[in-house]
Design a protein around this ligand. Sequence first.
Ligand code: PLP
Length: 394
Amino acid sequence: MVFFIIMFNKNTQVYLDYASTSPVSEDVLNAMKPYFSEKYGNASSLHSIGQDSNLAIKHAREKVASILNCNAYEIIFTSSGTESDNLALKGIAEANNFKGHIIVSKIEHKAILETATYLEKRGLDITYINVDKKGHVNPKDVINAIRSDTFLVSIMYANNEIGTIQNISSIGNQVQKKGILMHTDAVQAPGLLDLNIEKLHVDMMSLSAHKFYGPKGVGALYVRPGIQIAPQILGGSQERGMRASTENVAGIVGFSEALCLADANREKEVCRLSELRDYLISEIQNQIPKAILTGDMKNRLPNNISFCFEAVEGESLVMRLSQRGFCVSSASACSSGNIGASHVLLACGIKKDVALGSLRVTLGKFTKKKDLERFVIALKASLNTNGFFQKIRT
Ligand code: PLP
């Protein structure tokens, strides 16, 4: 019977987990297709088939640069957002002989936090900046944490769990004025926020294609010219020697196509998604007593809805919703499978037993209002299975 329910729902599932990953859009897939079998050349080969690939990468790099407002040679294509974050932090740290001080926030993605922990073991000092209840980093706290040996600040643009958007422009401006490098993990931002590196005052920025309807397995790191970073993957001279390995031509083409589409649709999509987000937040708040909204209502990604429910286990709530045909996640999808409360929610001051009942719903280009109307009904029913409504009455 359970098997039947799951099988049935697989055909009628509503995907509300776009912050985890997104489907490759048809236009992106069509742009990529020739580079799998027709135009399969190695971009380093001198012959014409190789040069076709080389040219495709050149054009892709130019397109990405036009959106970031930088020069094409300042983009390094990588295999993921995780690799871009690793390259930014480890690359700078190694160029600095693993000496000195780095500042990160407590709510960074694990790709930053685990890298920071690794660098600590290699001898660096790391300051982990606190956030307020809504997940904001106070720019003053960053500036106050700066020491004479600080060489890098890394603060994420928008949080993947609670959707809080940081004031990167203000932090970056002050950090750069002190002569310190500013990196931002902008993996959740494309298609939703402005990626102009000059307005943001950033020296490095990490991106990942699968978050904006591009393929999995391709990311990018923007690096301002003049910054010394040590490559973390050694071998050939691809990506100006900053990242060896035969280029993923189809992936890079897909990355640039997806980023252009995301940017072109941004204004319209932000309006549409914000309305849907606000609708769902207010429906949950009105219909589910004691639902605790996490993150900030104002500086929030247009597609993020995140709540905690007391006395509920987030992961089982996700399973129940999945059985009812809705794909959502608890805390961070990347850390699902790890038992324990989300470091982001704990950093926001949410108690552990409450944080364990977290739910994240993230909207995307296929989300319709009627999906959300049905979702609220499914959420209430799923919470009821847990005895939630009885428990909160007592
Ligand atoms: N940074 C943030 C903010 C993310 O949300 C993610 C993925 O969820 C990553 C980094 C890692 O990106 P990737 O999955 O491309 O390695």
